[in-house]
Structures are given as structure tokens and as C-alpha cells.
Design a protein around this ligand. Structure first.
Ligand code: AMP
Ligand code: ZN
Ligand code: ZN
Length: 407
């Protein structure tokens, strides 16, 4: 072999190696990361260099992504992986009741309910379609991944465990990438709650929140380093999102529903910046519906169209929405847990910029340096399905809203 032929062969081998997808012949694997409560503008604080680099190199919604109503955790996580509005997928808030299960309450802490497909079957998450198409999937937490939705679970999944450190979550994912090719997942998720937790406890402008941002960025740095060490950084699509933003609360901004109608005239289903209530009398309903100082209530069928909410049978008859920053509660609840200092919350109008969530995507399927204007989070799903080479289920997203991110 001449020196020239050898050089040519080496160059060809190098080209083939860099161009080869991780799973031969298939689309690049995709890692979907959620940083709960990462408000879009946090990235501008200059303390999340890993995220900044991903945004710089990849696709980035510079002004953030609009959550779906209600801007709470479970509804929006399920929207991100189904492309359906909460009104359509049925995880209509963090707490649910259903007429078919009288007296049963679905909430984050109700493990047996969280693992019951009954609550989640209204949507088909990415991993279900992927598994059906023969792709292995693995989740270190994602709402819905603990249930056999429509009869299918991720190949690898774990019950939510807040005690598992962010680094351990990352290391577990890196371990999946070291599996023999036939067992390696094509779709993986990661979830981090610390930014949301500290946002609630200390508020979005607190040093504690900033420390949580640094912690999550360090976990992402570990992920990126692990991908680079395996030669996978340019061969894996990384999509980093949040479910909603965060805004400040104060003991000076509290109003009480029972100042409008007596406490025993309604039942509280959810209480927060989005509250849902069941009036016990026509008088209570009449008193609740309408504008009040710092919040407004509607009958579920009469909500403003921009909120895209109110048709699902699980939604209680009255929905109230606070002015961002104002806590709506009852005097009894407040007496039990009074606010003593500033903090933070979400659940406000998705059209409020404070509710906007992070969106960054980088990898071989994504256009370097592309910038997306604010878009609705229902359009993450069609993007993810395109990147995975899977057929999207019917959804509320608009592929055109995220198409500019594609290479
Ligand atoms: P939120 O009440 O809307 O602020 O919800 C945020 C909380 O959701 C986080 O603090 C997490 O502890 C919790 N969470 C996230 N994913 C899950 C899950 N799969 N199961 C139970 N709780 C969860
Ligand atoms: Zn959340
Ligand atoms: Zn939260």
C-alpha cells in the first residue's frame, strides 16, 4: 500500500466514524432534559455557562417558550411529551379528580395514582410511540413515565426519587450510553427539581435560586463532559426545556376567596395562582364568577380562548386566575401556613413573560445558532418526533413553530 493510499483510507475511515450515527442506520439518540421552573431569562444571569454554550451552539428560544394553561408542573411536562394541551391530555392540573373514580384523588404524592395509566391515557407520550416502533427508551424521571401509559412503559424507568442527586441522575444516563448497541436507548429523559424548589422557597431573585442554577449547570456540564468523552457530543440531540417560569410572592400580596363567598359554600380542588373550585350553591357560583381584586374566576366553559382550557371533564366548574404576584387562598389555609417572607410561585397566565420557560436544543439534527421567537410548548413534541424519525400522534403543536431549529 502506498503512503498516499494509506492516507486516503485513513481519511475515509475518519469520515465514516464521525458521520456514523450511534445506532447504525437510525436517527441520532435524543436526550430530553427538564429543569423544573427554569424561567427563560435566568440564562442571562451569566451563572449557567454550560447552558449558555449549548444555546450559543444550538437552537435557542431567546425570549423563552410559552407554557400551557395551567402553568404548573404535571400538566406542562405531559404537554411537552405529547404535544397536547392539558385540556386535551387530561392531566389538567397537579391535583385531579375523575367522576369514574369517586373519592380518589390524583396528586404528585399519591404513588399508586401516579403509577396508574388511568390518569395518563389521554395522551401518548414520546416513549410509548418510540417503544412501539422498536426503539428502547429510558427515563430518570418524567411525569407519566412511572405508569404503563396505553399499556407501555419505558424499557428503563424509576419511581420519582428527589433524594437521588443530580450527578447520580447524569451518571445513570451516561451508563445507558455504554450499553451494547442493541440495548442502548434512542430516547432518554432527565429531570431536575432544585431550581423550582428554591424558586418557591426564596423567590426568583434570591441567592439560593442562583445557587440552584449553578448546581443544575454543573450537572449539565457533567453530562456534556460525559458525552464528549464518549465521542457522542456531536452525535446526540440534546433538548433542554423547562415546564414554566417563576415570579415573586410576598406576605403583602395575599387575597382570600372566602371574603367573596363563605368558606362552606365551595370546595377547593386546587389552590394557587390557578385555583379550581366547586361551588356548593348557585349563590356561591354567582358570587365567584367575575373579576375580583387581584384575581378573576370563570365558569369552565366560559374561559378566555387564549387560555385553551375548560372542556375536559376533569376540570372543576370554576377556574380562577390570579394577577401575577398575588396569592389567592382561604383564610383557613393561610392560618395554617402563613407566609412569613418573600418566595415564588407559578401557575399564572401563560401569556405573562414571567411564566416563560427555557428552550435550548443542540445536536446533529439542530441548526447551529438558530433563534426561535416565543412559541407555545405544544410545539416541542413535533420537533422531538421529527428528530427521532417517529410519526407524531395527533397533537396541538405546530411543526412550523419549531421548524427553524431543524438543520
Ligand atoms: P409544582 O408543585 O408545580 O411546583 O411541582 C414541582 C414539584 O414536582 C417538584 O418539587 C418535584 O418534587 C415534583 N415532581 C416532579 N416530578 C414528579 C414525579 N414524577 N412524581 C412526583 N413528584 C414529582
Ligand atoms: Zn414545575
Ligand atoms: Zn413549582
Amino acid at each position: 500500500m502506498t503512503a498516499l493510499t494509506r492516507r486516503l483510507l485513513l481519511a475515509l475511515a475518519a469520515l465514516l466514524l464521525t458521520a456514523a450515527p450511534v445506532a447504525a442506520g437510525g436517527p441520532a439518540p435524543l436526550i430530553l432534559v427538564s429543569i423544573d421552573g427554569f424561567r427563560a431569562d435566568y440564562i442571562g444571569r451569566g451563572i449557567t455557562p454550560t447552558l449558555a454554550a449549548l444555546a450559543e451552539e444550538g437552537a435557542w428560544a431567546t425570549e423563552g417558550m410559552r407554557p400551557s394553561f395551567p402553568s404548573n408542573t404535571l400538566p406542562n411536562h405531559y404537554t411537552l411529551v405529547t404535544g397536547l394541551r392539558p385540556d386535551h391530555h387530561g392531566i389538567t392540573d397537579n391535583t385531579l379528580f375523575d367522576a369514574a373514580r369517586p373519592g380518589v384523588k390524583f396528586s404528585m404524592g399519591a404513588r399508586d395514582q401516579v403509577e396508574d395509566r388511568f390518569w395518563w391515557d389521554g395522551g401518548e407520550p414520546v416513549w410509548v410511540t418510540a417503544e412501539r416502533a422498536g426503539m428502547k427508551t429510558a427515563t430518570t424521571f418524567w411525569p407519566g413515565s412511572e405508569a404503563a401509559v396505553r399499556g407501555v412503559r419505558p424499557t428503563t424507568w424509576f419511581p420519582y426519587d428527589e433524594a437521588l442527586s443530580a450527578f447520580d441522575r447524569v451518571d445513570r444516563l451516561l451508563g445507558w450510553l455504554d450499553l451494547p448497541e442493541a440495548e442502548r436507548p434512542g430516547f432518554m429523559t432527565l429531570y431536575f427539581e432544585a431550581v423550582d424548589t428554591q424558586g418557591h422557597r426564596f423567590g426568583p431573585d434570591s441567592p439560593e435560586l442562583n445557587q440552584a442554577l449553578r448546581g443544575v449547570d454543573a450537572a449539565l456540564a457533567r453530562l456534556v463532559a460525559g458525552l464528549k468523552a464518549r465521542g457522542l457530543y456531536d452525535r446526540i440531540n440534546l433538548v433542554v426545556v423547562a415546564d414554566h417560569g417563576m415570579a415573586g410572592t410576598s406576605p403583602e400580596r395575599v387575597v382570600f376567596v372566602d371574603d367573596i363567598t363563605p368558606l362552606d359554600s365551595f370546595t377547593v380542588v386546587t389552590m394557587g395562582w390557578t385555583a379550581s373550585l366547586i361551588p356548593r350553591t348557585p349563590q356561591a357560583e354567582a358570587a365567584l364568577v367575575g373579576k375580583h381584586p387581584h384575581f378573576e374566576c370563570w365558569r369552565k366553559g366560559e374561559m378566555p380562548a387564549r387560555l385553551g382550557y375548560g372542556t375536559h371533564p376533569r376540570i372543576p366548574p370554576i377556574i380562577c386566575l390570579s394577577q401575577t404576584g398575588w396569592v389567592v387562598t382561604t383564610r383557613a389555609r393561610y392560618a395554617e401556613r402563613p407566609m412569613t417572607r418573600v418566595g415564588g410561585s407559578h401557575g399564572a397566565d401563560p401569556h405573562d413573560p414571567a411564566m416563560r420557560a427555557l428552550f435550548i436544543a443542540r445536536g446533529p439534527g439542530l441548526r447551529p445558532g438558530s433563534r426561535l421567537p416565543v412559541f407555545d410548548n405544544v410545539s416541542v413534541y413535533p420537533l422531538v418526533m421529527t428528530l427521532l424519525g417517529l410519526t407524531a400522534q395527533p397533537n396541538d403543536g405546530d411543526p412550523a413553530a419549531t421548524a427553524a431549529a431543524l438543520r
